[in-house]
Design a protein around this ligand. Structure first.
Ligand SMILES: C[S@@+](CC[C@H](N)C(=O)[O-])C[C@H]1O[C@@H](n2cnc3c(N)ncnc32)[C@H](O)[C@@H]1O
Length: 288
């Protein structure tokens, strides 16, 4: 069985041991757990890497990944195996909650000189972060004149580059109401929608692996950690939620994806405050 190919009549031999190596590396590097039923997906996502690298078998690919030159290819592998699906104002109740439940107090605090931070922690191509920016600026047009910032991070540097470019095709704009499009975007020569400078003024992007160290200063009034932990195993999810607790400021909000739930020790530090929305309980609040 071990010598049998996982994908029949395929261009590149792909053995169970190769699948296990890839799954182990992906879990160790990005926290992502691959079920045994994902062999076809792994094959189809990585076959183009083998072609580009002119390799003949998945064994050769695993040797490259585990060898001295493996680090760069590991990034390519993670990028190929992660899902980047996102859209503007995805799960709109989170932006309603931010606007109506958080922003009134945060506007007052920011205008008194308090530091306000939001974190889009798996931002993909940036739509989540720009949606936060549109929400904040819609009720606080002077946000850029105060210490208000959105930090947007993702494990994939290509996604960060794409998010920073802030250039979106017409199809990606479906969930942006016409008024917001004309207020915050400009249409370029190629018909694409370019994020305007006002949105950029309160945003910064950088690469960050959620299962690695977080070189982020201070605490966040809101963290968006949506549609990423579904790819992690239970233990990694619980550990991540536990790390999010001290990253939240007093009364801070944690927004999670529609099919995700808070597990482990974090569950007792967070109270439910709406659909897949959690707030830090008063006693759990402590500086990081
Ligand atoms: C499905 S997208 C979610 C985008 C956005 N948060 C949303 O809900 O629309 C998942 C993103 O998580 C990122 N990701 C996967 N593993 C990660 C990790 N260990 N650390 C940070 N980002 C990760 C992927 O690169 C991808 O861009």
């Amino acid at each position: 069985m071990e010598s049998q190919d996982l994908v029949q009549n395929a261009e590149f031999p792909f053995k169970p041991a190769d699948f296990r190596t890839i799954a182990r590396l992906l879990q160790a590097e990005a926290g992502i757990a691959l079920g045994d039923n994902k062999a076809n997906l792994v094959y189809s996502r990585l076959a183009k890497r083998l072609r580009a690298l002119k390799l003949r078998t998945f064994r050769d690919y695993c040797t490259l990944l585990e060898g001295p030159q493996g680090a760069a290819e590991l990034g390519e592998m993670i990028a190929a195996l992660t899902t980047n699906v996102t859209r503007f104002f995805r799960e709109p109740h989170h932006f309603d909650h931010l606007r109506t439940q958080l922003m009134p107090a945060l506007i007052t605090a920011a205008r008194k000189g308090q530091r306000i931070r939001f974190w889009s922690s798996a931002c993909s191509s940036g739509q989540e972060a720009y949606s936060i920016a549109m929400t904040v600026l819609s009720v606080m047009p002077d946000a850029a004149r105060h210490d208000v910032k959105i930090i947007a991070t993702d494990i994939d540097p290509k996604m960060i580059a794409c998010a920073e470019a802030g250039l979106y095709a017409e199809a990606a704009m479906d969930s942006v109401p016409a008024l917001l499009r004309s207020r915050w975007f400009v249409i370029g020569d190629n018909g694409q929608h370019q994020v305007g400078d006002d949105l950029r003024a309160i945003l910064s992007f950088r690469r960050l692996n959620l299962i690695g160290s977080w070189p982020l200063a201070g605490q966040f009034q809101a963290i968006f950690c949506r549609n990423v932990v579904i790819y992690f195993d239970q233990e990694t999810q619980a550990r991540l939620w536990e790390r999010m607790v001290p990253a939240l400021a007093a009364e801070g909000a944690l927004y999670i994806g529609h099919s995700e739930r808070i597990t482990g020790p974090a569950a007792s530090a967070l109270r439910h405050d709406g659909i897949t929305t959690y707030r830090l309980t008063a006693y759990a609040s402590a500086p990081a």
